[in-house]
Ligand binder design. Structure first.
Ligand code: ZN
Length: 221
């Protein structure tokens, strides 16, 4: 069966989550897509068993947003390597392709030139964003979030925006849950099934995830 666009991009976020998992991190991955181009990505950091105290800043969405801001604000020369015929660049909030044959400092042409407008971007993440990330995504100007697995313990997207101040209340953000849910569920269940993984050990999230995995497996039988 052919994947939908949201599923296709969620696969990329899951690939980021797999990278985190392989490094012993909590398997959350995130990508930001603008005009069918991946403009930023991030994966969870700071949760391995070696951490004395896990980081609650380096969430996948925050790391993707950091990379997103760089994509928007970086100048041409930092991205242009002078070797490839075409190099995707970020320039003053724009993304496009630059022709090698033109000298950058004198004249350049942007092919398929289009601005990175946060409002036209979609953020894909493998777990429902927490309150911190949900707030940061709203402040970034991104208007659409697609996530895979719900977080019954720390998910922030169900908060009542109408009860908040104008920046949040009037953000117009839309949230689409459960895209490729089983794939993400399976990865989180694998994380919690490993004895060495201590992050959110014995938590409501662990209990819920493992129960959901059993339910999903029974449903498949
Ligand atoms: Zn978060």
């Amino acid at each position: 069966m052919e994947l939908s666009k949201d599923e296709k991009y969620m696969e990329l976020a899951i690939a980021e989550a797999n990278k985190a998992f392989d490094q012993g991190e909590f398997p959350v991955g995130c990508v930001i897509i603008c005009n069918d181009t991946i403009v930023a990505s991030g994966s969870r950091l700071g949760t391995t068993s070696n951490e004395k105290y896990p980081s609650e800043i380096y969430h996948a969405e925050i790391r993707a947003l950091q990379s997103f801001e760089s994509s928007i604000s970086d100048g041409i020369t930092e991205h242009y390597d002078g070797i490839n015929n075409y190099e995707t660049i970020g320039v003053c909030g724009e993304i496009g392709k630059i022709s090698r044959s033109k000298r950058i400092s004198e004249q350049y042409e942007l092919i398929n030139r289009s601005k990175i407008m946060p409002g036209q971007c979609t953020l894909y993440c493998t777990m429902e964003p927490c309150l911190m990330c949900f707030g940061a995504i709203i402040l970034s100007g991104i208007k659409k979030i697609v996530y895979s697995f719900e977080d019954p313990m720390g998910g922030g997207t169900s908060c009542d925006l109408n009860s908040l101040s104008p920046l949040y209340r009037d953000s117009g953000i839309s949230v689409i849950p459960h895209v490729l849910r089983y794939k993400s569920l399976e990865l989180f269940a694998r994380f919690f099934s490993k004895k060495d993984n201590l992050y959110w050990k014995d938590s409501l999230l662990e209990k819920y995830t493992l129960e959901e995995m059993i339910k999903a497996q029974n449903f498949k039988k």
